[in-house]
Design a protein around this ligand. Structure first.
Ligand code: XIL
Length: 350
């Protein structure tokens, strides 16, 4: 992949891959992020709250107009898909898949193995290693198998590394051991050989202890022939402590040099509440710098925000005193961040 032109490669992929949209979306009168990004060979997406999608038609309209990719904010997490042992519930995730198919949106799958969002029956059970392996294998086979051909990228492993660079303590590490990561990738690949399989994490966007540990993990997986195709950089950031674009670029490049794709998977830029006018401007600049970094690095294939509008966002509930982290306000009015991204996509490639 090193040295290849991402833009021409992505255009080729659009024609080769039957899952891809090609450019089947109706051309919009005024350019949308979706249409501008398609010209640059980039997917643009957001995490979707499916219950909001069910009742708020404007939400669905703006999503489908502006974006080319969606990811379930919660609906594809273990606890929701397998609420009882071997009893899968796909009702909510199927609705998102149907919406995506109807509106010609790609889907990222999120997430197969994670230390959070596990059901009580699993966490409270008393399992042998073989049983835990069997549960994870069946979960992955069932979920990935169901959406085979419908999901372009799976976040196979999410947040498996701790801040100090060691494997994070988790149900899976305790019950299976460090091999659980590799096993999850192999099982996912067997269930859908076409899906791109990602390792996804936060706090490893730049260079540093955690991103070095992520790099070492994925390099070792690649070296051993484990089917891994990319790394997701979550990018949940504060407006006053944005990532250093030069370091993010260097990190993306070293991952691309391993033959891996990179995606910005969960970006949001939170503002102190109440926010001042300058905060919205700075937020736009932070978004724009990260989009530019992605556009300039050949391995970066998608730019995804963790939500669409400030009407539905995890930020106020998880970071007290912070909010307004997304591209649209609570009334779906485009914020400066939206226009910064639009302008960046409209600029000629540098
Ligand atoms: C968050 C959701 O946005 C919340 O609604 C939920 O309560 C907790 O999870 N990293 C991830 C996402 O990979 O799955 C998390 O999503 C945000 C952090």
């Amino acid at each position: 992949m090193a040295g290849s032109d991402r833009h021409s490669r992505s255009q080729d992929d659009l024609h080769r891959n039957p899952r891809d949209l090609s450019h089947s979306a109706v051309a919009e009168a005024s350019p949308t992020l979706r249409s501008l990004a398609a010209e640059r060979g980039l997917l643009v997406g957001a995490a979707v709250n499916v219950s909001a999608l069910d009742r708020d038609t404007e939400y669905g309209e703006v999503l489908a107009r502006e974006l080319s990719l969606v990811v379930a904010e919660n609906a594809m997490k273990f606890r929701y898909l397998q609420p009882q042992r071997n009893r899968f519930d796909f009702a909510v995730s199927d609705r998102l898949m149907a919406f995506a198919a109807d509106r010609h949106l790609q889907v990222r799958g999120h997430t197969l193995v994670w230390h959070r969002a596990l059901p009580a029956w699993l966490e409270d059970g008393d399992w042998t290693r073989a049983e835990a392996m069997d549960i994870l294998k069946r979960h992955i086979e069932t979920v990935v198998g169901r959406y085979r051909n419908g999901i372009i990228v799976w976040d196979v492993a999410n947040e498996a590394i701790a801040a100090d660079g060691t494997l994070r303590d988790s149900f899976w590490l305790r019950h299976i051991g460090p091999e659980y990561v590799e096993m999850a990738f192999r099982w996912a690949h067997a269930a859908d050989p076409e899906a791109r399989l990602f390792y996804n994490d936060y706090g490893g966007e730049e260079l540093g202890r955690k991103s070095d540990a992520i790099y070492a993990l994925v390099r070792s997986l690649r070296a051993r022939g484990v089917p891994i195709h990319g790394v997701g950089l979550q990018m949940h950031v504060r407006v006053d402590a944005p990532p250093d674009a030069t370091k993010v670029a260097a990190n993306m490049r070293r991952l691309a040099d391993l033959g891996l794709e990179v995606q910005i998977t969960e970006m949001d830029v939170r503002l102190p509440q109440p926010a001042a006018a300058k905060d919205y401007e700075q937020q736009g600049e932070v978004y724009r710098r990260m989009l530019r970094t992605c556009l300039q690095e050949s391995g970066c294939s998608a730019f995804v925000t963790w939500g669409l509008s400030d009407r539905y966002s995890w930020v106020p509930g998880h970071f007290a005193g912070w909010g307004e982290a997304l591209l649209f306000d609570e009334r779906y009015r485009a914020k400066p961040a939206y226009y910064e991204l639009s302008n960046e996509l409209s600029d000629l490639p540098k």
